[in-house]
Structure formats: C-alpha cells, structure tokens
Write a protein that binds this ligand. Structure first.
Ligand code: LMR
Length: 396
C-alpha cells in the first residue's frame, strides 16, 4: 500500500529551516522561519516562562487528563487578552478550547466550520501564510483568495480587496490576519478595519480572525483592535490565537480557538460541537504550555515581566526595520525600501525577484522564503552589514 504513495514537496518554510541548518557557511543568515532571535541570534526562553515552569514543577500534583477544552484558566486568560474587557465576554457569547499551537486552532476551526456549513468556502488573503491553504484543504474546505497585497505599490490592494469582499456570500468564511500579516507585514489600518467590518456585517459572511502575533506589531491592545471592532459589530466570528511567538513557546505547541456566537443561548451548542471536533482529532490538548501561560497571567509580577520581555522583542524588530533601510542606502542601493517601516510584525516582503533570492542563498547563504518574505529578527549587529552588502550586490 505504501508503495503507491508519491513523494511530496518539502514545506517551503520548514524546508528552508532544514537547509539553513545543514549549510556549513559560518556567515549564513537565517531570515526564513518566523521565530524570534535576539542580538546573539539565539531564541532564548523568556525569563517569565522560566519562572512559571519552576512554579509548575513545585505546584503540579497530578498528570491526569485535563479535558477536551484544555486548561480552563488559560482559556479565560486568552479570551481576556484577545477581546479585552469586551461585552461579548460579559454576555457569555464566547467559548474557547486550548489547542496544540495556532495551527491546531486553525484545524479545529476548519472542522468546526465544516460541521456548521459543509458547503462553506474559506477566503484567504492573497497572499497568505502558505500553510493556511493546505491546512484548510486538508480539512475538506474549499479555499479561495481575495485581493490583499499589491506587489507593485508594496502596499495594500485596498480597492480590489473591498471589491472582492463585497462579492462574498453569507455562509462563507473570510480569514483575516488580526495584525502582523504573514507574509507581507501589511496590516489593515483603522479605517480599513471599519470598512472590512461594515462589509462583513452587510454581506453576512463569518470572519475568522487569525491572531498569531498579538503584541509583535504595535502592542497587545492595538494589535487586537480590529478583532474587537469586529466583535462589536458582527454576530459571529471565529478567533485563532497562538502563544508561539508572544510567549516564545514555539515547541510547546500552545494556541486556542474561540467561537463567538450571536446569542448566549447558542454558546453551549457551539461548545459541545467544538469539543466533539477536538475529541475526534486528538482528544485533549497537551497541558504544559497552557499551564505556563496561566501561571504568568495569574501573577501581576510575571505579567509585567512578560509585557517587558515582549516589548523588547517588538522594539528590536522595529528598530531593524529602519536599520535595514539605512544600511541599504549606505551600500549605495538606489531602490526605495521605505515601505519596510510601514509593515508590522515579524515579517517584511522585500519585493526582490526569484533570481535575486536564489543568488542570495547560493552565493551568500542568506535564506528567505521564495516570496521574498524575511523574518527580520534573523538580523543582528553581526550580520546586518553582510546582509546589506549582499543585497547591494544582487540588486545591481
Ligand atoms: C512562519 O510563518 O514562519 C511560522 O508561522 C512558522 C510556520 O510554521 O510556518
């Protein structure tokens, strides 16, 4: 039976991570996978996480199952972090399950959508995180794209986006990135969120908000402003969150899926359907990451420390946005890269072509995704000059 299988192409992002690891060039630069690195090029465990893990070791007295919805205290914390002190929480219109990572949240969301409407099409931004499309298709959903990024202006393709959204019918789902758009770094501004919300309300489609980078853009609350606006106005939505980036808990695989329903009387039905999905895929999520996050958010002291550590990561990335522009100009690059400071979060689209990306990889061991997406945190004071010189050489 297995001999019938055909080889599958390596995932474009994770394949790059493996290729970088194997590259013997001591000057190699990893701008591929969306993982934060500090000035030393290291993905360190946050201090608040270390303290919370210690607490867990001291306090945990059982390894029994935690149930299909996972850690209930974590779920409450994540709802508050995402929605803030929002009426939808007070009204009891949100139900949450903690999941194995943000990817797990998206997969559970996809199965939940299929239960609610087997004919639903899910619309994703063009472009989007490469795994969105395969993940939703693997769950049996139809996937279509709506206009989002304009490669020529290096900004949002606003007119085309709103025109596309205005054709999407009720019963379909529209995925929108809450902040730090992956891969382009181009986010909706306040006016655009308002327009998006008005169209969602008028057309009646269901927004699926993917918030994998809360706190990496402009701050925890600002990054969730679009979600909160939508929650004010539309009757239903789905939210997928991740603690991979903002808590640095990548390998612990901790995320959450939240379903917001129109009336509190429907919450219990949504909850039981959500848990039925979870039970049929992995039964119950792993506990470790959720307990760490709960310990941090239960403690005012650890929460303050987390805010500070998150700000350090966010500010370092934002500082490098300007530094990239300055260094490229310093190397005599004439092209305009000022758009980099208009983008938010872990990523920037450099807008260079496939040959240039390939040359950077072949001649300089500089790794970035084939769309020219760079993970800015891969740059530091030891490699930024090397990067700028290499860019200048390939742009000539
Ligand atoms: C990324 O986009 O690089 C990250 O979200 C990691 C992944 O799983 O692709």
């Amino acid at each position: 039976m297995f001999s019938q299988l055909q080889p599958v192409a390596t995932d474009p992002i994770l394949g790059l991570m493996a290729a970088y690891k194997e590259d013997p060039n001591p000057l190699k630069v990893d701008l591929g996978v969306g993982v934060y690195k500090d000035e030393q090029g290291h993905t360190a465990v946050l201090d608040c996480v270390k303290k919370a893990e210690k607490l867990r070791l001291e306090q945990e007295d059982s390894k029994t199952y935690i149930g299909m919805a996972g850690d209930l205290s974590f779920n409450r914390h994540i709802e508050q972090l995402a929605f803030g002190p929002h009426k939808v929480l007070l009204e009891g219109r949100v139900t949450t399950a903690h999941t194995p990572g943000g990817t797990g949240a998206l997969r559970v969301a996809a199965e939940f959508i299929k239960k609610a409407n087997p004919d639903a099409t899910i619309w994703v931004t063009s472009p989007t995180w490469a795994n969105h499309i395969s993940l939703f298709q693997a769950a049996g959903l139809k996937v279509k794209e709506y206009s989002y990024y304009d490669y020529s202006t290096k900004g949002l393709n606003e007119e085309a986006m709103f025109a596309d959204l205005a054709t999407i019918p009720a019963g379909d789902v529209v995925l929108v990135h809450a902040c730090c758009h992956n891969p382009s770094g181009m986010d909706l501004n306040e006016a655009q969120w308002q327009k998006f919300t008005a169209i969602a309300k008028e057309r009646g489609f269901t927004p699926l908000v993917d918030m994998a980078y809360q706190g990496f853009g402009l701050g925890l609350d600002v990054d969730a402003a679009g979600l909160r606006l939508l929650a004010n106005e539309v009757p239903e939505l789905i939210l997928c969150t991740s603690c991979s980036k903002n808590f640095g808990l990548y390998r612990e695989r901790i995320g959450a899926v939240s379903i917001m329903v129109a009336q509190a009387s429907v919450t219990e039905t949504a909850r039981t359907n959500l848990l039925a999905v979870v039970r049929s895929i992995y039964s119950m999520p792993p506990a470790h990451g959720a307990i760490i996050v709960s310990h941090i958010l239960d403690s005012a002291e650890l929460t303050a420390q987390w805010h500070q550590e998150l700000a350090v990561m966010r500010n370092r990335i934002n500082d490098y946005r300007q530094l990239i522009i300055d260094k490229l100009a310093g190397e005599g690059v004439k092209q305009d890269f000022s758009f980099i400071t208009k983008q938010h979060g872990m990523f920037s689209f450099l807008g260079i072509n496939k040959e240039q990306i390939e040359q950077l990889r072949k001649d300089y061991s500089i790794y970035m995704v084939g769309s020219s997406r760079v993970s800015i945190a891969g740059l530091n004071h030891s490699n930024i000059d090397y990067f700028a010189k290499a860019m200048a050489a390939v742009l000539k």
